[in-house]
Design a protein around this ligand. Structure first.
Ligand code: NI
Length: 227
């Protein structure tokens, strides 16, 4: 399932992120690629230990913490510290690849299983040509290019790529997360149930059926989640 989450960043946060990015020092993106992905990867990235990266990570994680839609669709258990990339000039694409299943947080022995990947856009679609994130889904290839401040969540198991940027710069935040609910189908079912319960409660209030449905949601979560 692809999930578009609009306006994750507030206008002020987006403004601050863009200020930081303008002054930041970019390096070759292969520092975090696996050996197969490295062959396909041709972009720029902020070094993981740079002060700019730390400040951006704080802003992004704070924004994610506020997003109810992010929480209910991802049911995050742990998020790999977000990274930041730029596609521009001769560093302009990332060919088809699958993200590594296990990520070790740099400088630690802490591991994160990648169930979901996300991209949070910092530049507007009209600031660059190309640069679509293409995700091979069971419904075919999905081409994603979102407004600045919006994000897309997608299964880390999917084959995906970033099309060449032929004008301007595509700057984004990306990372991987481990979900409390490992199975995509279970997560999908919980998400649909949660959305329906909210709609029913809005229309009917907390009547006996709404309470029982809410109970079903929590009991399924209890069954499937590894918090
Ligand atoms: Ni990837």
């Amino acid at each position: 399932m692809l999930m578009h989450i609009p306006e994750v960043l507030s206008p002020d946060e987006l403004h601050r992120c863009r200020q930081i990015i303008v002054e930041a020092g970019w390096v070759d993106g292969n520092i975090t690629a696996g050996s197969q992905a490295a062959k396909a990867k041709n972009n720029l990235q902020l070094p993981e230990d740079a002060p700019a990266t730390r400040e951006l990570q704080g802003i992004v994680l704070g924004a994610l913490g506020r997003s109810a839609l992010f929480f209910t669709s991802a049911l995050p258990k742990q998020i790999f510290p977000p990274l930041f990339n730029c596609y521009t000039g001769s560093h302009n694409s990332f060919g088809n690849h699958v993200d590594n299943a296990i990520r070790t947080v740099t400088g630690t022995s802490h591991r994160v299983r990648s169930d979901l990947s996300f991209t949070l856009f910092f530049t507007e679609p009209n600031e660059y040509e190309g640069g679509e994130l293409v995700i091979e889904d069971t419904f075919g290839a999905q081409r994603v290019k979102l407004p600045a401040g919006d994000m897309v969540l997608y299964p880390s198991s999917s084959v995906h790529r970033v099309e060449p940027v032929t004008r301007g710069a595509r700057i984004a935040c990306f990372t991987w997360l481990e979900s409390m609910v490992r199975e995509t189908e279970c997560r999908r079912l919980l998400f649909d149930l949660d959305m329906s319960i909210m709609a029913v409660r809005e229309r009917m209030g907390d009547d006996a059926d709404a309470v029982r449905l809410t109970g079903c949601y929590h009991n399924l979560l209890r069954m499937w989640a590894t918090p």
